[in-house]
Design a protein around this ligand. Structure first.
Ligand SMILES: Cc1cc2nc3c(=O)[nH]c(=O)nc-3n(C[C@H](O)[C@H](O)[C@H](O)COP(=O)(O)O)c2cc1C
Length: 176
């Protein structure tokens, strides 16, 4: 029988929430990335990795991208959680992929994107300050593109957009 594991790295819990939903749906385990080493993954056929987006970087994804040789032959699924609307495909298929997969997405890797949570009153002071300065930098741009305008707006996003129905396609692919 095919063996699957879900690994997540989280700061505020969204990615962990999805990891547990996916694990429940697939009947497999979900573990925090800090509790696993790459060699522990040799026993699995399908490895699902989740990380929140922080300035377009998928939190901790180098566990996967720096170890593609050790993961060859496995089905690798990566999911992101973030506050950018999912239909902004230029963002997910452009910026996010370019920043996280410098040599392109390997052929055994499939990526899914989910909406996460950003609650202003939960954020660390450092993160609040980072968002404030990002907003300031982007707002200073002359003739901002629609994407920049959207990113400026998203700096003030405040809510929990996690939704279990979003995992359906990922789970179908994992089982296929
Ligand atoms: C400093 C900071 C930077 C962020 N950058 C992005 C981003 O580039 N794109 C995005 O869609 N969401 C961004 N977010 C929102 C988080 O990705 C989102 O809240 C995510 O669900 C967090 O996952 P976690 O709680 O599992 O770490 C950012 C949030 C913070 C606090």
């Amino acid at each position: 029988m095919s063996k699957t594991i879900v690994i997540y790295k989280t700061k505020y819990g969204s990615t962990k929430t999805y990891a547990h939903w996916i694990a429940e749906e697939l009947g497999c385990g979900a573990v925090n990335a800090k509790d696993i080493k790459i060699d522990d993954l040799s026993q699995y056929d399908t490895v699902i990795y989740g990380g929140g987006l922080y300035a377009e970087i998928i939190n901790g994804v180098t566990l996967i991208t720096k170890n593609m040789e050790k993961l060859s032959g496995k089905k690798i699924i990566i999911y992101t959680t973030g506050i950018t609307p999912l239909d902004v495909r230029a963002y997910y298929d452009g910026e996010v992929l370019e920043k996280n997969f410098k040599n392109g997405v390997p052929e055994n890797v499939k990526i899914f994107n989910f909406l996460g949570k950003m609650k202003m009153d939960e954020l660390t002071l450092v993160h609040r300050a980072a968002l404030k300065s990002l907003k300031k930098i982007m707002s200073a741009k002359e003739n901002p593109s629609d994407m920049i305008k959207l990113l400026i707006e998203l700096c003030d996003a405040d809510g929990d957009f996690c939704d279990r129905t979003q995992i359906r396609e990922l789970c179908e692919y994992a089982k296929s």
